[in-house]
Unconditional design. Structure first.
Length: 177
């Protein structure tokens, strides 16, 4: 019986976590730089690059999820907690795939030129400012909801560790436990 997620699952979980923090931080910090400044442009490019990296790694995580069995939680929590856990994880996967996808589409239709690790990303042949605006609004709404969903996820892990005293959190921590 596996007591922990596979080393690859643990690695991807924490790398994605760090990239999500960096993605949000880059967007929040860009507001402190003057419009048109090099530092603001850098923050925006980092936001785009980190976001697309999250999306790619989340797709890999889905493959890992499909090819590896989750370790059991001991002691076994009530069924409603297991169902809620699966729902929240599903929302997290959807969140961190849809957010970058919507962001990239917004850039595409907004005719924003940027590069992903030196690869020039495509832009629409003609700018569509209405589509760009709508996609950006949806992207920002979901991103703001992401703070709540990630917070709920972290709070649940802490609750399970300190209140329920089960192995929910320990299963995803690096190292031997």
């Amino acid at each position: 019986m596996n007591k922990k997620f596979s080393p690859n699952q643990i690695l991807f979980h924490w790398v994605i976590f760090i990239l999500v923090v960096l993605t949000y931080a880059a967007m929040e910090l860009k507001g402190f730089a003057a419009k048109g400044s090099d530092i603001r442009e850098l923050m925006m490019t980092l936001h785009y690059t980190f976001g697309v990296s999250v999306m790619i790694l989340m797709l890999v995580r889905i493959i890992l999820k499909m090819t590896h069995k989750d370790p059991d939680i001991t002691p076994t929590p009530p069924r409603w907690q297991l169902v809620l856990s699966k729902a929240v994880h599903g929302v997290l996967y959807l969140l961190f795939i849809s957010l970058p996808f919507l962001g990239v589409l917004s850039l595409y239709y907004g005719h924003v030129e940027w590069s992903f690790f030196s690869y020039a990303m495509p832009v629409a042949s003609a700018e569509n400012s209405v589509m760009q605006h709508d996609l950006k609004e949806i992207h920002e709404f979901i991103a703001n909801a992401g703070y709540f969903i990630v917070g709920l996820h972290a709070a649940a892990a802490i609750f399970h560790h300190y209140i329920m005293r089960d192995n929910t959190l320990v299963r995803i921590l690096p190292g031997k436990h």
